[in-house]
Design a protein around this ligand. Sequence first.
Ligand code: GDP
Length: 295
Amino acid sequence: MFENLSDKIDKALHILKGHGKITEVNVADTLKEVRRALLDADVNFKIAKEFTNSVKEKALGQKVLTSLQPGQLLVKIMRDEMAALMGSKAADISLQGNPAVVLIAGLQGSGKTTFSAKLANFLKRKKGRNPMLVAADVYRPAAIDQLKVLGEQIQVPVFAIEGNKNPVEIAQKGIEHAKTLGHNVVIVDTAGRLSVDQEMMDEIARIHRAVKPSETLFVVDAMTGQDAVNTAKAFNEVLDFDGVVLTKLDGDTRGGAALTIKATVNKPIKFVGTGEKMDAIDIFHPDRMADRILG
Ligand code: GDP
């Protein structure tokens, strides 16, 4: 994960570690390399600059130059700043109400349907919940079948209404149905488009108003870098969502989305997807991610 970024940062720190005497110039050079590594990882310019400036300020404040192990101290400062950039500590999801409603939104192909089922599986096996899935993606015909197949795999019931093209009605009926059957969590999988368009935004806003979710999660493909961040902005303006799910972190992703989403929309990444299997879901820990990136 983020191997390129890790390698480049590691190389940048070699500059510092390689010198007998550390000077302000060495630190500046190191941070310039770190900034370049961040830009290559698709972190936007402003955030990369703020990050390295802030590390530099703290390094000077903590007297890195005269410390016994300047390289290590700089790594520690960088690690803390990087974790803070991603939200510092893991953020939980809110499951209020009975049933608690979780709304899943995002572009087509981002991994919404897969994540909806993974989350149901996670809540069932790890949190002792009794979830139900609702198939409200009425535009992609295969989506409902896909959710049903996954539901069967994890043994979580899937509510769908064949032929119904009204996602608001499906979601509302699904929640009613869950209530009568005693399910305490309802996860609503919604339709996405290939790119942000007004119709999709209006629809997801209507569903959001109608089902009043206790948690709205925006799902985004980590591979899409800065596009992911821009899509997050667009969805956040309409939904004011609670958290981000970053999928496909098992792929060859550069890291930009993970590093910048929180700073851009001020919403934490709550879960990550690390594969196609139903157990390939992790709670996002900013500090652990920073450790990983910095090796
Ligand atoms: P949706 O259109 O947003 O509902 O997206 P899907 O859930 O259908 O996912 C699109 C594709 O991405 C499918 O082939 C999934 O198996 C795959 N996918 C979803 N999440 C992950 C992930 O975390 N890692 C990998 N490698 N593939 C994923």
